[in-house]
Design a protein around this ligand. Structure first.
Ligand code: FMN
Length: 328
């Protein structure tokens, strides 16, 4: 039997497949299912600033007219299943007691003070690590790329200084110089990067002439963007890389590990196939390792990273040029 153990953010994981941040973490029995199926860890769905505002509103309402009118006041805010920030934190504490595998909290805020305050509160719940999810669409024409990066660095620096647990950042793929941003984050003390955040895109229903926003699951083709960047970053950076998006099979996980990822994070496949399918993925990964005589992850991790392959430009422009030439 192969050994699937790996380390991520300084944590020892039994397997390299992590349940990504998603609503799977809204029910304890589903979290227990993920642990039973062999997930190395689980990222709890993000605590969003909207939930924190919801809590602030609740407090003001309680002070003003008593808690009975709270439900009405809340209807002004987006419907967030997880309740307010206090409930979210309480929920994480309960989850911590119910499972043994590592839990990673996730935070998405926009004001600097909120990032720091809630990073600390999340740490106090007993989670093993913190994933920062700086999901925001840059629409302010007055903010340059450098401004946006500085805002990110300021937040990350403040959070890393505030908490003792390891911190990872779930990055957007849309930075002009990803390698530079990754290097800066490493310099600030970030322990890992999650490549990448998957932005849901709004759509337009031409029949109803309305804007729609619906959840779509990823497809395996989407794994190629993170795969390329894992391969490019894994020899250059010391921090850990989590491949996120489009991992649907054990072999997909093998591809990410070959590129140099420490772990893969999965969400869509667990919704499509059910949480127990995670054990099939692990079984398939193990079978793939055994066929090749790999007894542990380190036997092959990074074997196909950019610096290990004969032609490192395979991961850059050369690949595209070759394809064009092949077609002539
Ligand atoms: C139902 C659902 C809820 C999600 N909620 C969060 C969230 O709270 N925070 C977050 O960072 N990502 C969230 N995600 C994104 C996933 O963590 C993951 O990055 C994305 O789905 C890509 O991975 P996949 O290809 O395995 O689905 C969610 C995804 C799904 C499907």
């Amino acid at each position: 039997m192969s050994n699937l153990e790996t380390t991520y953010l300084g944590l020892k994981l039994k397997t390299p497949i992590i349940a990504a941040a998603s609503s799977i973490s809204s029910q304890i029995d589903r979290i227990q299912q993920a642990e039973k199926a062999g997930a190395g860890a689980l990222v709890i769905r993000s605590l969003f600033e909207e939930q924190i505002l919801q809590e602030a509103l609740k407090f003001e309402e309680d002070l003003a007219v008593g808690s009975e009118s709270f439900a009405e006041a809340l209807s002004y805010f987006p419907n967030i299943e997880f309740g307010d920030a206090g409930e979210h934190l309480m929920w994480i504490r309960k989850t911590r007691e119910a499972v043994d595998f590592p839990l990673i909290a996730s935070l998405n805020a926009y004001s600097p003070g909120t990032w720091v305050k809630y990073a600390h509160k999340l740490e106090e719940t007993g989670v093993d690590a913190l994933e920062l999810n700086p999901y925001a669409v840059a629409v302010n024409p007055k903010m340059s790329g450098a401004d946006i990066e500085k805002t990110l660095y300021d937040v990350v620096k403040a959070v890393v200084n505030e908490v003792k647990i390891p911190v990872s950042v779930k990055l957007s793929p849309y930075f002009t110089s990803l390698m530079n941003v990754a290097g800066e984050l490493e310099g600030l003390g970030v322990s890992g990067l999650v490549l990448f955040n998957r932005f849901l895109q709004p759509d337009i229903d031409a029949d109803k002439e309305t804007v729609t926003s619906k959840m779509t699951y990823s497809n395996p083709y989407e794994s190629l963007l993170p795969l390329r960047w894992v391969a490019l970053m894994s020899n250059t950076l010391r921090l850990d890389l989590a491949h996120n998006t489009g991992i649907h099979t054990g072999k997909d996980a093998a591809r990410a590990l070959l590129a140099g990822a420490s772990v893969v994070q999965v969400a869509s496949v667990l919704y499509r196939q059910g949480i127990p399918y995670l054990s099939t993925m692990l079984h398939d990964l193990e079978a793939w390792m055994e066929e090749r005589g790999y007894s542990k992850i380190e036997d092959f991790r990074g074997k196909l990273s950019a610096q290990e392959v004969d032609d490192p430009f395979t991961y850059e422009r050369a690949q595209y040029v070759n394809l064009l030439l092949d077609q002539k």
